[in-house]
Design a binder for this molecule. Structure first.
Ligand code: P6P
Length: 304
């Protein structure tokens, strides 16, 4: 049961029983993500004061200009999860290949894998717009005790055990689900403690925000164009407004709080869409559905 202002640590312990076959491993995993997020938050908040903004001079596996904070966040999450030996593998949007973690007895005894976008929206760092981390947790499908394989990471979204995001904004929040609703925890930076500030998050029934990069309008499918024009008509029952931050975590978090729709349709630059299924769409779809929303590619459910 979620009690407002309880700490994340208390919440995890009190809800431990919700995890099937819980051995405490998932709890320790969420705790490690919590710790890594505090470390990244500390660096994000210094951006601009020390030399951690701007390009790292590398192109990542997605063909994107890697920002220095991308590298820092990626290294921080990988190091924190590896040192605690509570996962058997990690896949990151910033890495070419997945990472195998043997575990303290070198026996690959852990059963969860983590997929992550360590710093989403990093192109906004230099203009002081909120960025975020997105994570997704699956149970491995290959035999425990053997090195992880690619199939442990290429699983359908409906097999996620947990998913969440951290938004490094005016306040830093960790929002996650384990399939029993969505809860939001706000970091008190003075104490380094997360407190349950948004228990049982649900989309507003009367959200009036549509969120899309209308700069790509001319390349949208006709149905998307028609929908945007529908939102813009001056009808009494349609007081819609447009909001687009360009940082997925921030756009989704705003909609979690105020309701609305977020779209990233195909465009000339991204004919198959831009958002990554494993690192962005599946975790955000899990959260959206657990908060009473839906997530689709315009035709079928994302989490199939
Ligand atoms: P555009 C960031 O690179 C990202 O993946 C999401 O965080 C964000 O929603 C989207 O791209 C923004 O893309 O093409 O509108 O700048």
């Amino acid at each position: 049961m979620a009690r407002k202002n309880q700490t994340l640590g208390e919440f995890i312990i009190e809800n431990q029983s919700e995890f099937q076959y819980s051995s405490g491993e998932l709890s320790r995993l969420i705790n490690s993500i919590r710790l890594a997020a505090k470390m990244v938050n500390h660096e994000v908040n210094k951006a601009g004061l020390v030399d951690i903004t701007g390009s790292a001079g590398e192109i990542n596996t997605q063909g994107e200009d890697q920002q220095k904070l991308d590298v820092l966040a990626n290294d921080t999450f990988i190091r924190t999860l590896t040192n605690r030996e509570i996962v058997c593998g990690i896949a990151s949007e910033e890495n070419d290949d997945f990472i195998t973690i043997e575990g303290h007895k070198e026996n690959h005894s852990n059963k969860y894998v983590v997929l992550m976008d360590p710093l989403d929206g990093s192109s906004n760092i230099d203009v002081n717009v909120s960025v975020g981390t997105i994570f997704s947790i699956y149970r491995r499908v290959t035999p425990v005790g053997t090195p992880v394989q690619l199939e442990d990471f290429l699983q359908p979204g409906n097999l996620q055990v947990a998913a969440g995001y951290i938004v490094y904004g005016t306040s830093t929040m960790l929002v996650y689900t384990t399939g029993h609703g969505v809860n939001g925890f706000t970091l008190n930076p003075a104490l380094g403690t997360y407190y349950l500030s948004h228990p049982n998050m649900k989309f507003s029934e009367d959200g009036n925000i549509y969120s899309v990069n209308e700069g790509n309008y001319n390349h949208f499918p006709q149905g998307v164009k028609d929908y945007i024009k529908y939102c813009q008509q001056d009808e009494d029952d349609r007081p819609y407004t447009s909001r687009y931050i360009g940082s997925l975590v921030s756009d989704i978090h705003r909609n979690m709080i105020k309701g609305g729709i977020y779209m990233y349709p195909q465009s000339a630059k991204s004919p198959n869409g831009k958002l990554r299924l494993l690192y962005e769409c599946n975790p955000m779809a899990f959260i959206a559905e657990q908060a009473g929303g839906t997530a689709s590619d315009g035709h079928t459910r994302i989490m199939i």
